[in-house]
Design a binder for this molecule. Structure first.
Ligand SMILES: CC(C)(COP(=O)(O)OP(=O)(O)OC[C@H]1O[C@@H](n2cnc3c(N)ncnc32)[C@H](O)[C@@H]1O)[C@@H](O)C(=O)NCCC(=O)NCCS
Ligand SMILES: Nc1ncnc2c1ncn2[C@@H]1O[C@H](COP(=O)(O)OP(=O)(O)OP(=O)(O)O)[C@@H](O)[C@H]1O
Length: 223
């Protein structure tokens, strides 16, 4: 097996599952890893593309939920759907039942085309789904306290603390995520953007060293 580190790999080397609760900082971390040469496959971004005007999920969503689910511009009405699914577990299961297989197929396509040093799968529901452990070599948790998550999402998206709390309530607990983690990047309320950058760069360096030492324990990924 080659250990050439001069150019990003054309093979699916090291696979990282990056997760964290809402507003924990996954996107910031992933953006920095992409800038450092990782291939980033973001399931939230895929879900957004599927539900944009003309997206492959739009007509199935209309059929499943009705006209209220689609806005005047032809996109998923995100606010209406958010209001619905984080109050109604059955509606959430139906939405996930439709979107998750479509997201999974897109992830597969993107993974096959990935050319970076290693591949990072950004999966908010990684711990919840239980299906990712054997697909990745490392699970990396972006760790944050709930109060900071609520404050960040309020600032970014204008959601009320109650609305964020409803989302937190259907996600894994912080300690459940940490128990599943092989690597942790702390991005709590005390963390400055500069500190986060330093932590991400240090983690990137560890993964770069690891990618030259297959089989990258502890995960047992499929091909
Ligand atoms: C409910 C929707 C319309 C709300 O849209 P909104 O623009 O407010 O949020 P966005 O999609 O940007 O997601 C933001 C965050 O919400 C959380 N979240 C999203 N979906 C879920 C879910 N099904 N369960 C728990 N948390 C979720 C995640 O932390 C995610 O990072 C949207 O999240 C959605 O379509 N969810 C279903 C798809 C899904 O499960 N996505 C998660 C990644 S695969
Ligand atoms: N250390 C930090 N200091 C200040 N702001 C931060 C920090 N980390 C993240 N943020 C901000 O908090 C918000 C949430 O971060 P980000 O979008 O990266 O989280 P996320 O986990 O991807 O969120 P979501 O689950 O909602 O998609 C963003 O506006 C981001 O710029």
């Amino acid at each position: 097996m080659t250990t050439d580190t001069a150019t990003p790999s054309t093979r699916p080397w090291l696979r990282i599952g990056l997760t964290g609760g809402i507003g924990s900082g996954k996107t910031r971390v992933a953006d920095q890893l992409a800038a450092l040469g990782a291939s980033v496959i973001d399931t939230d971004a895929i879900a957004h593309a599927l539900t944009a005007p003309g997206g492959a999920a739009i007509e199935p969503l209309r059929a499943l939920f009705g006209e209220w689910a689609i806005d005047a511009g032809g996109a998923l009405d995100r606010a209406a759907m958010r209001e619905r699914v984080f109050r109604d577990a059955e509606a959430r299961r139906r939405l996930e039942g439709l979107l998750h297989p479509m997201i999974g197929a897109a992830v597969q396509r993107e993974a096959e085309a990935a050319l970076g040093w290693y591949t990072v799968f950004v999966v908010p529901l990684l711990v919840e789904s239980g299906r990712w452990r054997e697909r990745v070599h490392r699970i990396c948790v972006v760790d944050c306290d709930e109060a900071t998550q609520i404050a960040r999402v309020g600032q970014r998206s204008g959601l009320t603390p109650d609305a964020v709390q409803r989302i937190l309530d259907v996600q894994a607990f912080r300690d459940e995520r940490l128990a599943a983690a092989d690597d942790v990047i702390v991005n709590d309320g005390q963390t400055t953007p500069e500190q986060l950058s330093e932590r991400v760069a240090a983690q990137h360096a560890r993964w770069m060293a690891l990618r030259d030492q297959p089989p990258y324990a502890p995960g047992t990924p499929h091909a």
